[in-house]
Design a protein around this ligand. Sequence first.
Ligand SMILES: Nc1ncnc2c1ncn2[C@@H]1O[C@H](COP(=O)(O)OP(=O)(O)O)[C@@H](O)[C@H]1O
Ligand SMILES: Cc1ncc(C[n+]2csc(CCOP(=O)(O)OP(=O)(O)O)c2C)c(N)n1
Ligand SMILES: [Mg+2]
Ligand SMILES: [Mg+2]
Ligand SMILES: [Mg+2]
Length: 335
Amino acid sequence: MNLSQVGEFGLISLLNKDLIHSPAGVIAGIGDDAAVLQSSGDCWQLFTTDMMVEGIHFRLDWSGYSDVGYKALAVNISDIAAMGGRPTHGVVSIAVSEHTRVEDVVELYRGLREIARNYKVNLVGGDTVKSPGPLVINVALLGEVAAGKAVYRSGATPGDVIYTTGNLGTSAAGLYLLAHQVSCSPQLKDRVIRAHLRPEPRVAAGILLASLEGVSALDDNSDGLAAELREICRAGSVGCLVWEKAFPVLPEVRQLAAQVGASTLDWVMNGGEDYELLFTLRPDRRKAVEEALHRAGIPFTAIGVIVPEQEGLLIERRNGTREVITMKGYNHFTE
Ligand SMILES: Nc1ncnc2c1ncn2[C@@H]1O[C@H](COP(=O)(O)OP(=O)(O)O)[C@@H](O)[C@H]1O
Ligand SMILES: Cc1ncc(C[n+]2csc(CCOP(=O)(O)OP(=O)(O)O)c2C)c(N)n1
Ligand SMILES: [Mg+2]
Ligand SMILES: [Mg+2]
Ligand SMILES: [Mg+2]
């Protein structure tokens, strides 16, 4: 069978059998942004890993080595944030071609060190091997969350309101500008390319959301809004209705899309790598949670509601018509 027939998530579900032999220690295994593990203190351990491969996740003519290091840890911190946790300790493995310069690997670690310092992550080990070609970097990261307070993808129920932090489509705009020659303002270029190359994971938002009553599901946006909505709906056996006109997109990103004939909706739904948090909230808790986010200075937008599973995944377009969401987001084997 061909990988494109099952896709990334079909493949993972085929592999997900007989993998747990001491279930007592595992509160949640495969299926969320990080595994949740029993620990002796008053915290639960979180454990996650994400890998980046040259040519798939980055190109060295589009990003510096330090950006690659920065992003490799950022995306992992984002998965800890998506459980409501705080990152603690990580290990870093690299596969490097023999033609790579030593200075470049040192530069990769400059980026890693920079974000590790910013988010107070200890890098406590790793592995170094030769690659026959592409540079590969993998981070495995531990985190912690107060016992009982991890927020899963699966808790959404009909009536809950769907929110995102920050803006969507910015990273896709950055990727577009890296891939195409476009004349636009240097400020816009810097902002969106930075969002793509050096995303800032929403750790403070995740910790705050996990501490508040009523936050029912939480996920980070790595594969695009369409994919992450699908995950939350599948995990919770619910459907959703999102409102296109509510999607938070920077005005200059909208303008750029119009200028180059691209679709902001495509950037939001399929672009991915925004590393914002997508969460659902019980409607009776809206006021309290919105006030807490305001006080913490965390930008957020309500973008839709959870509906019963049989209603499916719907988008209300700007003209008021409702359509089934057919967009899929990023998938490694169906791209
Ligand atoms: N090769 C694999 N073996 C076991 N579990 C995997 C594998 N690949 C992914 N997973 C698990 O599948 C789930 C979904 O992975 P993924 O979509 O990469 O999550 P995320 O988008 O949050 O990084 C996670 O719980 C992850 O740990
Ligand atoms: C050179 C290049 N081409 C395309 C992309 C776009 N891209 C690559 S991977 C990806 C999705 C996120 O990566 P994934 O490995 O699926 O992360 P996870 O969902 O496991 O966190 C996207 C949008 C990119 N970042 N760089
Ligand atoms: Mg994730
Ligand atoms: Mg992953
Ligand atoms: Mg991830």
